[in-house]
Write a protein that binds this ligand. Structure first.
Ligand code: FES
Length: 98
């Protein structure tokens, strides 16, 4: 898959071991993680099952669905659903601790 020339893309960092990948603003974060060879859980890929939930430790994301399957509390805690979240800056993502 090719991307348009002169890409404005961001960097997605995952965890604290230096793992990172390019994060394209026009595609869901989950896709960028997968293209970057990063293993991230997913299932429905449309923002409802919550399998892919993670915590946004830094940066910003946008959603194109009205309200992804997160509670207001989770939203306030920085939880994100990468399958429907589009990066709006460099981001740092951590798996949700259980
Ligand atoms: S994969 Fe189901 S909510 Fe993201």
């Amino acid at each position: 898959m090719t991307h348009p020339a002169s890409p404005p893309f961001f960097i997605a960092r995952v965890g604290d071991d230096g793992t990172q990948c390019d994060a394209w603003p026009e595609q869901p974060l989950l896709l960028s993680l997968e293209q970057g060879g990063i293993d991230w859980p997913s299932s429905c890929r449309n923002g409802t099952c919550r399998t892919c939930i993670g915590v946004l430790e830094a940066g910003e994301v946008r959603y194109r669905v009205d309200w992804p399957g997160l509670t207001p509390e989770e939203h306030a805690e920085g939880c994100v659903l990468p399958c429907v979240a589009y990066p709006a800056s460099d981001v740092t993502l951590a798996p949700q601790s259980i």
